[in-house]
Design a binder for this molecule. Structure first.
Ligand code: UGA
Length: 437
């Protein structure tokens, strides 16, 4: 059996590497030639734990990487993992996936096999039936359900845990018509993940499941962030003890209750916007979703207001930001809250120094010489007046009085409560912690 994966971003490259490392006959396809060259040499274009190791194993097993889409000919399974970004209004931008569908369709014309096409990209409900299916049929002059299978197969992997999530997904969703292709797809996944629940449903439900998941995760985060803001007003209150106890209630669950500066990344903010937009089209007023988003956008005000309260005028103040990646163990800064914070501080003429174990290069691409980039945490703190811990990198847990000693004013704003238990000789503020009077 031959499998093609189209689009080698986080989802596509993880899937390509994992399947190839397991010995499947895989071709990974991306239009970006440079990217393909790198991947063929065993180098990941982005930082993701365990990815390069898995990729190298796959390459040893004969994994082929190419920018030539015609290689999908004679493949049995095609996984489409191209991006679905947002347009300027926040609505989903389907142009990339539509283009991919049309190219795939054209190449299907001469395909002797009857492949199954899995769409893993996140798309709003109706996209498969109204856009992808007709594009594929028109370009291939073939019929879905007869000449090829078409299945919605949303992905739930988390960046920084992509390999593990690809190997051990919590659920597999197969959306589409109940055809022989669906039976074959189920068989493939039962064999690949014998212990994982498989949900078989129609296209539109599968498409909606993905948004349900991401918007619920965003809701949990905004919920705990709102509570954390209230906690900050109660001297001695600690949001982590509250979250931990709530998490023990099996109806709630403990994950995604870690209060912080707001959710970022390439998925939750974008998918929230897309769902809000879609809800409006259906005639439903997305009151709750709007509130979740509003809480998230306003969360940064917490940090700005502490700095204003301590400094008064912010212009010319020296502030260090620890962590620009949208979460630890990635170099991804897309829609990172730390990047937003830096922009807000720069508007107020603050002098910014940043540190991040992986994301300096990406951050430099945005800010160039507008900010300073420190090689070490110590260097980042030297002569600084205030430090804001934004990303929960393990390295920042080790911060102590010795590291803070070269700061000229020792204001510490800990957005992740990493230093709560330490005896520090600093002016310490933490998101979700009510300062004792
Ligand atoms: C998210 C979902 O978690 C995945 O299931 C989904 O597959 C993916 O989007 C996607 O749609 O592709 P990801 O963007 O990798 O995954 O990041 P998350 O781990 O969800 O984190 C998102 C943001 O929420 C980060 O800024 C993180 O710091 C923040 N967060 C997360 C919190 O502030 N508190 C928490 O308790 C958890």
């Amino acid at each position: 059996m031959k499998i093609a994966i189209i689009g080698l971003g986080f989802v596509g490259l993880s899937l390509t590497s994992v399947l190839a490392s397991k010995g499947f006959n895989i071709v990974g396809i991306d239009i970006d030639k440079e990217k393909c060259k790198k991947i063929s040499n065993g180098i990941s274009p982005f930082y993701e734990p365990d990815l390069e190791k898995t990729l190298k194993k796959g390459l040893k097993n004969g994994l082929k990487i190419s920018d030539d889409i015609s290689l999908i000919k004679n493949c049995d399974l095609l996984f489409v993992t191209v991006g679905t970004p947002q347009d300027t209004n926040g609505a989903i931008d389907l142009s990339i996936i539509k283009k991919a569908a049309s190219t795939i369709g054209k190449n299907l014309k001469e395909n002797k096999k009857q492949p199954i096409i899995f769409i893993k990209s996140t798309v709003i409900p109706g996209t498969m039936k109204n856009d992808i299916l007709p594009i594929l049929e028109n370009n291939s002059k073939k019929k879905a359900g007869k000449d090829f299978g078409l299945i919605s197969n949303p992905e739930f992997l988390q960046e920084s845990n992509a390999i593990n999530d690809t190997k051990f997904p919590h659920a597999i969703v197969l959306g589409g018509y109940q055809t022989r292709f669906m039976k074959k797809a189920k068989k493939f996944f039962v064999k690949l993940h014998p212990n994982t629940p498989i949900i078989i449903t129609n296209h539109q439900t599968a498409e909606m499941i993905k948004y349900a998941n991401n918007s619920f995760l965003a809701t949990k985060i905004s919920f705990i962030n709102q509570l954390s803001n209230i906690c900050q007003k109660i001297p001695g209150a600690n949001v982590d003890d509250i979250a931990k106890t709530m998490g023990l209630d099996p109806r709630i669950g403990g994950l995604f209750l870690n209060a912080g500066p707001g959710y970022g990344g390439s998925c939750l903010p974008k998918d929230m916007k897309a769902l809000i937009n879609f809800a409006k089209i259906t005639g439903i007023k997305p009151v709750l979703l709007n509130a979740v988003e509003e809480v998230n956008i306003k969360q940064l005000d917490q940090i700005i207001s502490i700095t204003k309260q301590r400094f008064g005028e912010l212009s010319g103040k020296r502030i260090t930001i620890l962590g620009t990646a949208f979460k630890p163990n990635t170099d991804d800064i897309r829609d990172s809250i730390a990047i937003e914070l830096i922009k807000k501080f720069l508007n107020r003429k603050v002098e910014i120094t940043i540190h991040d174990p992986q994301a300096i290069k990406n951050t430099r691409n945005i800010f160039g010489d507008k900010i300073r980039y420190a090689k070490s945490i110590r260097d980042a703190l030297s002569k600084s007046q205030c430090v804001v811990i934004m990303t929960q990198w393990k390295q920042y847990e080790k911060l102590n009085n010795n590291e803070f000693k070269n700061m000229t004013k020792k204001i510490v704003i800990d957005c992740r409560r990493m230093l709560v238990k330490k005896q520090l000789d600093v002016d310490y503020y933490a998101i979700g912690l009510g300062r004792e009077k």
